[in-house]
Design a protein around this ligand. Structure first.
Ligand code: SF4
Length: 296
């Protein structure tokens, strides 16, 4: 398989084969993100994609139903390019039903309803969208390249054609003292456009990130662990998801890791509260600090 530079995939896709169709990230400007620093963005050569598909068709001769297309925002490619690639995929892997990928709100903005419909017919579905938040001051601070109005406009296109998506969020993204406003804005968006997965991870600040500089200059004050967990609690309490929507709270950056369907929402809330109480009992003061996390 051809993989160029760093490769990332969402944890729920741990068992899905990864096909590279792009490398790097076409944006590469988010304040917190260092995932593709030093890696230029590009579209993978069709010859490489063909070779990888041939290899995959040997490993999964009859039954592969799902592929995850890497890298950072593979859905950035033009509709024509994505259709060309999906045709190849179906030629080599005729049982494929779902083509998932990371996608940005910016990537959807460049596609019309007609484009999205064609892509959905080819299997593009279950896109993982790194929304992080719908709170405008945080979106601006994190240099996401769009605002909450864009989020509403673009997710409404997906809703119109019935294309599923998964919402990736960041606990603590609005900084200390702002979690309630952050949750309220994000919940309004997600309750309007219900995702299949809600996946919050905890904000981490890598030393080579722009966010680190903002922290050093006091432009960004990191939320404490308690604030971030209270944010997660409020998020769970306020989200009105379908029973089968999956809450993926098990990202390694999360202090208390748990995942379940929303039909068990009350159980998740109880579990989170109990675990916070236990930390307060056995590690007093820990929740009022900020724990270091690895680079993202
Ligand atoms: S968070 Fe996603 S869109 Fe932003 S720079 Fe990183 S990979 Fe690109």
């Amino acid at each position: 398989m051809h993989y160029t530079g760093p490769v990332y995939r969402p944890p729920p896709e741990a068992h899905t084969p990864l096909l590279e169709i792009t490398y790097g990230c076409s944006w590469n400007k988010c304040s917190f993100c260092t995932m593709y620093h030093g890696q230029k963005f590009g579209s993978s050569p069709l010859e490489d994609i063909k070779e990888d598909l041939e290899e995959l068709s040997k490993y999964f001769p009859l039954d592969l139903k799902r592929l995850f297309l890497v890298n950072g925002d593979a859905f950035t490619l033009s509709t024509n390019k994505l259709l060309e690639i999906s045709k190849l995929i179906h030629d080599y892997l005729p049982k494929i039903e779902c083509l998932s990928a990371y996608a940005s709100i910016r990537n959807i903005k460049t596609k019309s309803i007609d484009d999205l419909e064609k892509l959905k017919e080819e299997g593009f579905n279950d896109l993982y969208i790194g929304l992080e938040t719908a709170y405008d001051p945080a979106l601006k601070l994190m240099k996401k390249g769009y605002d909450s109005k864009d989020e509403y406009n673009q997710l409404s296109k997906l809703k119109e054609i019935g294309m599923d998506y998964n919402a990736l969020l960041m606990l603590g993204v609005a900084g200390s003292g702002n979690y309630k406003e952050n949750v309220n804005a994000t919940v309004d968006l997600l309750n309007t456009f219900k995702p299949k997965i809600v996946g919050p991870l905890t904000t981490s600040i890598a030393e080579n990130s722009h966010l680190y500089k903002m922290k050093t200059n006091q432009e960004f004050v990191e939320a404490t662990e308690r604030e971030k967990l209270n944010e997660e609690l409020l998020l769970l309490e306020k989200l009105e998801m379908d029973d089968d929507c999956y809450f993926f709270g098990s990202h390694p950056y999360n202090l208390i890791r748990f995942s379940d369907n929303f039909k068990n929402k009350e159980k998740m809330i109880k579990n989170l509260k109990e675990n916070m109480d236990k930390i307060d009992e056995f590690k007093p003061g820990l929740l009022d600090s900020v724990l270091p996390r690895a680079n993202l």
